[in-house]
Design a protein. Sequence first.
Length: 254
Amino acid sequence: MSSRWLLAGPPRPGAPTLYCFAHGGGSAAEYIRWARDTPAAQLQGVQLPGRGSRYGEPMFASLEALVAAFLDQVPLSEPPFAFFGHSLGSLIAYEVTRALRDAGRPLPYRLILSGYPAPHHRHVRAGDPLHRLPDDELIERVAKIHGGIPQEVLDSAELRELIVGPLRDDYRVLETYTWREAEPLPVPITLLGGSADHTREELGAWQKHTTEELTIRQFWGGHFYLREHPAPVLRALEDALRADAGARAGRTAH
């Protein structure tokens, strides 16, 4: 069952596992490409239903259902492990960590979150929710707001048809999410972001969600800054993974 959820990078004996949660409409394959340049970890890309090898599988109706299914069907590696998420993937990584804490299970030794402001801030845009828009309008609006959709996809009816399902499903999960008050996590957080996407103050609001240190690293670019200039981003990812040497035996909920 877990093989449907995970796409593994090359083996890194002795290295901690890094689980990568993709952005809305994204695929695990994009993050597995980082494996060559991240020797500090064994990468595991999390493949959600509706894309890649899971194309055609129905997506979950809510983030709560997604998190529950992931933890039920994916046996996480023995500690140490860490989570990375970009955009929607940040929210998924955060909620998976909360669910692990609530179940008294081992926690990631670090959360590395990208391109997503603190979840207790309500992220509502004016107008109809994106996931309710007609197909073409949904794609055009997402491309305008966040970018990240290649021009060849925008120009091809066939490619647009392939991406619109996962995109709609992911925005439904995002737009129907409601943050629930909870104690902060005993896990340090590294926040990565584009300078034109979110302000340092917006990212700093994540301090509410950890009892440990919060590190913020901003890079030139927009929402997909990590595609625009990947080298410094991957260096920052390596720095975060190599931190917390004393905590790599694994954190536990308390």
